[in-house]
Design a protein around this ligand. Structure first.
Ligand SMILES: Cc1ncc(COP(=O)(O)O)c(C=O)c1O
Length: 397
């Protein structure tokens, strides 16, 4: 039967990673892969996670199945992390969260449930967006529509074009928004833009679907949640997919959540039962380890303080690499404006280099950047910053 299948092309980023691994130059730099790296170029296990793992070794008494919704403490604590402890939405009875296998699993469950609710709904995604959004959400049944998001010439959000398109979105459609640290552009919505989109959602009747995979890597845990907290306060319905892959460094533990806000407590119970049915029919139950660690960290004052301090260090390091790189380039080439790299948030930005320049960087200098010119600023460190800056300058000149 398998003879009818055609091979699927490898994700270009995986091809780039393979080429990077095969490169024997000691000066090579990987700015492609989307994981955090410290100043030594490693993706570390956070010390707070290590400590939680040591505690879990003692506390864990069974590996029996967890429920379909995952760990109840994890669900409650991540709700508080996302929406803010003590916020009125958390006591409204209209909100429900279940554990999911990473942000990707959460997006998928959210998409399948909303498709069940409204099969004719389309999903509007900004251009550009995380490349996996379209296959991940489209294969759940959504017809995808696009709205303009980022202007590569000005390096800013194209507010007028975005709002003009969103003004046309029909009632009942879903609009995908990035909670913070936009991937791939690093260009985040301002508070004013978030407020305007909420106004439009109320006026038009579309439903925002927020993907928040980087809370705490932009301006701070609370600051990065402005949009989703404001929308949770103002809108009757909302879907939020969240991930602990980046902010807890738990990539391979597949730890995420899907949260629904419905018009009434009765409705949200039905939505949650549908989400659990989707889970049961696909992966059955979410993996436990990462969620138990997150729950331990968020539930313990000292562990939480340690984790927040580590996350602040991650955030600060990315920001300082952004500034260093932008200044190094800008101060050395007249007419080049790299201010956007300094101002944008999270791990990613577009450098705005063309294909020939990217090929030149890879072939001559061993610097690996994906074809959109999106760079992971966490791949920059105090050892490679000078070499990186001078290499970029030489391809710009
Ligand atoms: C915007 C965005 N959403 C979701 C995810 C998925 O994260 P996870 O690894 O938790 O599935 C990513 C990961 O890169 C992402 O960049």
């Amino acid at each position: 039967m398998f003879e009818s299948l055609k091979p699927v092309a490898m994700d270009p980023i995986l091809g780039l990673m393979a080429a990077f691994r095969a490169d024997t130059r000691t000066t090579k730099i990987d700015l492609g892969v989307g994981v955090y790296m410290d100043d030594h170029g490693h993706t570390p296990v956070m010390a707070s996670v290590k400590e939680a793992e040591a505690q879990l070794m003692q506390l864990e008494t069974t590996k029996s199945y967890q429920g379909i919704a995952g760990d109840p403490d994890y669900n409650q604590r991540t709700l508080e992390l996302l929406f803010g402890a003590g916020q009125s939405i958390l006591n409204s009875g209209r909100i429900k969260s279940i554990q999911a296998p990473g942000g990707s699993g959460a997006l998928r469950v959210g998409a399948e449930v909303t498709q069940r609710a409204r099969p004719e709904a389309k999903l509007w995604v900004g251009v550009p967006t995380w490349p996996n959004h379209i296959p991940l959400l489209g294969s759940a049944g959504f017809e995808i529509e696009e709205y303009p998001y980022y202007d590569r010439d000005t390096h800013q959000i194209n507010t007028d074009a975005m709002m003009e398109t969103l003004r046309q979105v029909p009632a009942g459609d879903m609009v995908l928004l990035h909670g913070c640290c936009h991937n791939p552009t690093g260009a985040d919505l301002t508070h004013e833009q978030w407020d305007q989109i909420a106004d439009l959602a109320l006026e038009r009747g579309f439903i925002p679907f927020i993907d928040t995979a980087y809370q705490g890597l932009g301006d701070g845990l609370d600051e990065d949640a402005y949009g989703l907290r404001m929308m949770a306060d103002r809108l009757p319905e909302l879907v939020v997919a969240s991930s602990c892959s980046k902010n807890f460094g738990l990539y391979r533990e597949r730890t995420g959540s899907i949260t629904f806000i419905a018009e009434s407590p009765e409705q949200v119970e039905i939505v949650a039962s549908q989400a659990m049915a989707v889970a049961r029919q696909t992966y059955s139950m979410p993996p436990a380890h990462g969620a138990l660690l997150v729950s331990l960290i968020l539930g313990d004052q000292q562990l939480r303080a340690n984790w927040e301090a580590e996350l602040a260090e991650v955030r600060g390091r990315i920001q300082s690499m952004r500034s260093l790189l932008a200044d190094n380039i800008q101060n050395n080439v007249a007419g080049i404006d790299f201010t956007h790299v300094k101002m944008q948030k999270g791990m990613f930005s577009f450098l705005g280099l063309n294909t020939a320049q990217l090929d030149h960087l890879r072939e001559e200098f061993g610097i690996y950047i994906v074809s959109s010119s999106r760079v992971n600023l966490a791949g920059v460190n105090s050892n490679n910053i000078d070499y990186l800056s001078s290499s970029i300058l030489s391809v710009l000149k």
